[in-house]
Design a protein around this ligand. Sequence first.
Ligand code: ZN
Ligand code: ZN
Length: 153
Amino acid sequence: MDNAKLFQYVQVYDVPTVCKSCGNVLVYRGLGEYICEVCKKKDYDNYGKTRNYIEKNPGASAVEIEKNAGVSKAAIREMLKESRFEIVEGAKSFLRCEGCGKEVRSGRYCPECEKNIHLMIEKQQREKLHENMHGFAMDTGDHKGQRRFVRDK
Ligand SMILES: [Zn+2]
Ligand SMILES: [Zn+2]
C-alpha cells in the first residue's frame, strides 16, 4: 500500500485520526467506527456517519445524507460507486481489492487490506504525535515508544 492510496483513502472517507477530546490516536473498530485508545471516545468516518444516518432514517437520499449527516457529495458518490450501500439494485459489478487483487463483494479493499490501511494510518498518527511531544517532559525514553505497539511473534 503506497502513501498516495493511503492519503486518498483518508481524504475520501474523512478518516478521523485524532481524538477530539484528548488528542490521542483513534483506533479503527470496523464499519466506519473509531475509538480513542486513551479516553475511549468514539468517532466516525464518512462511512460510519452515513451508516448511522441510514440506520435512523431508512431510505434516506444522498442529498439528505449530505445535508444532515455532514458527509460530502464526493464521498457519497464514491461509496455508491463502491456499492458500499445497496441503493442501486442489481448492480453486480466485478470488483477486485485495490490492495491485493482479491475478489471483493463491496468496497474498494478487502477486509484484510482495509485493516492494514487503518493500522498504517494509526502508526503514522502515533509517529506524528510522538514527534510533537519531543521536548516535553512527558517523553520517557523515545527509543522504546515505538516497540510497545509491536506484537510479539
Ligand atoms: Zn480521547
Ligand atoms: Zn486486499
